[in-house]
Design a protein around this ligand. Sequence first.
Ligand SMILES: NC(=O)c1ccc[n+]([C@@H]2O[C@H](COP(=O)([O-])OP(=O)(O)OC[C@H]3O[C@@H](n4cnc5c(N)ncnc54)[C@H](O)[C@@H]3O)[C@@H](O)[C@H]2O)c1
Ligand SMILES: [Zn+2]
Length: 387
Amino acid sequence: MSQVPVLEKVGPQHLELRHPRGRTRITVGCGAFAEALPALAEWVAGRRLFVLSTGGVRELHGAALAPLCSAAASTVDLEVPEGEAAKAIGQAERLWREMAAAGGKRDSRLVAFGGGSVGDLGGFVSGCFLRGIEFSQLPTTLLAQADASIGGKTAVDLPEAKNFVGLFHHPRFVVSDARWLASLPLEELRSGLVETIKMGVLGDRELFDRIEATIDRLLAGDPEALAPVVVAAARGKIEIVEADPEEGGRRRLLNLGHTLGHALEAAAAYSDLRHGEAVAYGLLFVLRLAVRRGLPVAEAERVRALVLRLGLPPLPFLGIQALFELMSRDKKAIEAGLRWVLPRQIGEADEAVAIPLPEIEEELRRFLAGPLGPVQESAGGRAGPDL
Ligand SMILES: NC(=O)c1ccc[n+]([C@@H]2O[C@H](COP(=O)([O-])OP(=O)(O)OC[C@H]3O[C@@H](n4cnc5c(N)ncnc54)[C@H](O)[C@@H]3O)[C@@H](O)[C@H]2O)c1
Ligand SMILES: [Zn+2]
C-alpha cells in the first residue's frame, strides 16, 4: 500500500441544512446511524414506517435498521429495482398503491435506504403521497452521501429525459454512515469520487488535497478514509444549497464538468459510460477551457492527474456535431454561446462564463483526439507529466 498521511479518526459529525420549509439534520461519518438512532426513533415512534430499498441493499445492510423498525408502531417494506430503473413513474404509482393498501396516513414516515436512485424516488413518492409526508434519507452510496441526499431535489425519469418530473421535498434527517460504503464496487466509488473531486475543485482546496493524499484508500472503499471526504463534500453542498435553495444562481456551480458530461452521457447512451465517468471527462474538458482563461496550467494538471488516478474507461467514438447539439439543448445554454462553470484555481470557480461557440468547437475537436492528454498543447511538446 502506498504512503498516505495518517488519518485522524473522527466520530460522526452533525450538520444542518436550513431551507425555506425548515431544517434537515444531517449526520455523517463512521457510526452515524447509531449516533442518529435516538432522534430517528423518536421521529417514527407511534407511526407507520415505510422502508424503501432494493433487494441488494437490504441484503447487505438491512439488518442495521432493525432498531429503527422496532421503534415504529409498524413497518412496511417497499422494494424497488436496483439502479436507475427505480426512478420510473410506474414504480411510484405501484408504491403509492402499496402505501395506501397498508393504511398509510399523513403522519406516516418513509425512509429511503439506498443509493441516489432510491433517494430520488423516495423523495418523490413521499413528497406526493397525500400531498406530502415526512421522509428521511439513509444513503448507502458515496454519490448519495456526498451529494444526492442533500438539497431536496427529487425526481423520476421519463423516456424524454432523466429527472423530468419531480419536486423539491427536503428530508427531515439524512444519516450517512460511512460503514455502509465498504461494500461498494469500484465503479460506484469512482462515480462518487468524481463528484467529490468536483466539490473540491469548485470550492474546497483542502478537500481536494485530502482526496489526492488518500486516493488509494478511497478507491479501496475504506470507510475511515471516506468519512472525512463525505463530511467535507456535504458541508460544501449545504453551503451552496442554503445560498440558492431552488437553483437560481450559485447552485449552478455544482454543474462543474456537467455541461459536456451530460452530453457525453446522452451521446454514449448505449455504451457503458456511467454518469460519474462522463462527468470526469467533462471535468477534463473544462480544465482546457479554464486554462485559456487564466487557470494556471500546474493547477489544471494536478486535477487531471487526480482524475486519471480513478482509471477511466475509454471514451467511445462520439461525433462532434451530436455532442454540440446535445450541449446546446442543455438547460444552461444561452444565445451568446454556452455558459460554463470554470475553475480559477483549485478551490475557486466562476459560475457562468459565456464562451463563443467556435472556441468551444475548436477545443472540443482537440479534446476528442486525446481526452486524457495534457490540458494545453505546447509548441515544445507535452505540457504536463506523461500520465
Ligand atoms: N437529487 C439530487 O440532487 C441528485 C444529485 C446527484 C445525483 N442524483 C441521482 O442519483 C442517482 C445515482 O445515484 P447512485 O450513484 O447512488 O446510484 P444508484 O442509486 O443507482 O446505485 C448504484 C448501485 O449501487 C448499489 N448499492 C447501493 N448501495 C450499495 C452499497 N452500500 N454497497 C453495494 N452496492 C450498493 C445499488 O443497488 C445500485 O445497484 C441518479 O439517478 C441521479 O440522477 C440526484
Ligand atoms: Zn453529477
